[in-house]
Design a protein around this ligand. Structure first.
Ligand SMILES: Nc1ncnc2c1ncn2[C@@H]1O[C@H](COP(=O)(O)OP(=O)(O)O)[C@@H](O)[C@H]1O
Ligand SMILES: [Mg+2]
Length: 422
């Protein structure tokens, strides 16, 4: 599979079977982009100029890859790309942007853009990107129906807290297993704790490859490699992308790459569950931004709640993620002085889910088996399975239609994505 859910041809593309167009207002850049791909079929200074060419007698019915240069990728760039791709299904659109932010990448992928590169990367990777997209186009017989794909985008669920030891990984692994058992389509679990990720240990799988390898594969334009890097959890069929074994590998993964991994997986998976690190950085921000559900995990002790409150304020989580935030109280029945109402008041959040403190959890952890598999009748397992059921049914009911990309997608990180994407 590739990140569009197609099986790509393994043969080299025959580039006489499709045209390659470059569209860029700046003449110098236009020429440079043409050279990078080893010669374009045609170059244009505007999208209307391209459109009149492909609508003309010679162009009709031909397959083509259109490269939109940095001069077109401003705040309206994604809208332009989308309009072009929608109006011309025999055209695959690739964008080259001055800078590639995680937000631009995400919007572009959702808008049906086949690939997005930064200008700096384009120097070395544009040619390969065009060849790959051309191959996909040939394989699809020129029927790149982007909307159908968007409607089946999987749901991204992150397990988040600003503190370690509160149960993020316990929640992520059990939910992912619960979802995998219910779902006919694949479910993925990504360990985004790049320093001390323990998802593989909690699931008893032995990782050969990690998020770092996945990031490298996608960076080199090999989306098909992603699936092969994942380990299958035998009991549930869950697909696991473990964290790196070497903590020092952590800074090899950029937020763009992290986002690319998740956005790629959601094209073929019904759910992508992400286990987060206990700190807050740009990778975490990118993941929170792209998530459909941000499960904020709190354990019932004062330091944990205080830390979480400060962390959420620093991150401005509630304005960033809004209704996507769901509070999960872990070890909610523990004999402590805090009550639920007190915690909710402190965090300005209503509790969405509770998981009781349960000796079955550490027992399961020590066996390397998630508690919902190890001891399904245990109180914590029942609670976790009920959360999985609820998240699963949500997905089924919502059918997850993605709306059109907003007019201007760029400036504010704080823009409520929920409203934009339903
Ligand atoms: N509901 C629970 N009942 C009992 N023990 C729990 C519960 N949730 C978590 N634990 C224990 O707390 C430890 C830390 O959980 P973990 O999921 O690794 O936290 P985090 O990922 O937030 O650092 C685990 O070893 C687990 O045994
Ligand atoms: Mg953890």
């Amino acid at each position: 599979m590739d990140y569009f859910g197609n099986t790509a041809l393994t043969t080299d593309p025959d580039d006489t079977q499709y045209d390659i167009w470059v569209v860029e207002p700046d003449p110098v850049l236009r020429q440079k982009l043409g050279l990078r791909i080893g010669g374009a079929t045609g170059t244009f200074d505007s999208i209307p100029a391209l459109v009149s060419r492909i609508a003309g007698a010679e162009g009709q019915g031909r397959l083509g890859v259109a490269i939109l240069g940095p001069g077109l990728i401003d705040s309206e760039g994604v809208t332009r790309a989308r309009a072009l791709a929608d109006a011309h299904p025999r055209l695959a659109v690739v964008i080259v942007s001055e800078e590639l932010s995680t937000q631009l990448l995400q919007h572009a992928m959702r808008a049906g853009v086949r690939d997005a590169l930064s200008l700096a990367d384009a120097d070395t990777t544009l040619r390969a990107a065009v060849a790959r997209v051309g191959t996909q186009l040939l394989a699809a017989g020129g029927r790149l129906n982007t909307r159908a794909r968007e409607e089946s985008l999987g749901r991204v669920i992150v397990s988040f807290s600003t503190k370690g030891g509160v149960g993020k990984s316990m929640l992520a692994t059990n939910l992912a297993c619960g979802l995998a058992r219910r779902s006919a389509r694949p479910v993925a679990l990504v360990d985004a704790d790049l320093q001390f990720g323990d998802v593989a240990v909690l699931l008893g799988v032995s990782p050969e490859r990690s998020v770092v390898d996945a990031a490298a594969a996608l960076h080199q334009g090999e989306p098909d490699a992603l699936r092969r890097l994942m380990v299958e959890h035998p009991a549930t069929g869950l697909l696991v992308l473990p964290g790196p074994i070497e903590p020092s590998a952590a800074d090899q993964v950029t937020p763009e790459q992290m986002l690319m991994i998740v956005e790629t997986l959601r094209r073929t998976c019904a759910f992508v569950v992400v286990d987060m690190p206990p700190h807050f950085d740009d990778n975490v921000l990118a993941l929170v931004e792209c998530a459909d559900d941000v499960l904020v995990v709190a354990s019932m002790d004062i330091p944990s709640i205080k830390n979480l409150k400060v962390g959420m304020q620093t991150l401005d989580l509630l304005s960033l993620a809004g209704e996507r935030v769901k509070l999960v109280l872990n070890r909610a029945n523990a004999r402590v002085q805090l009550d639920v109402a007190e915690v909710e008041r402190a965090l300005s959040l209503k509790t969405a889910f509770q998981v009781p403190s349960d000796a079955a959890v550490p027992q399961a952890v020590n066996r390397g088996v998630p508690v919902i598999v190890d001891n399904p009748r245990a109180p914590a397992a029942r609670a976790l399975d009920a959360i999985a059921e609820q998240l699963f049914r949500n997905e089924v009911h919502e059918a997850h239609a993605v709306e059109a990309v907003p007019e201007a997608v760029m400036p504010s990180r704080r823009r409520g994505r929920r409203r934009l994407f339903g």
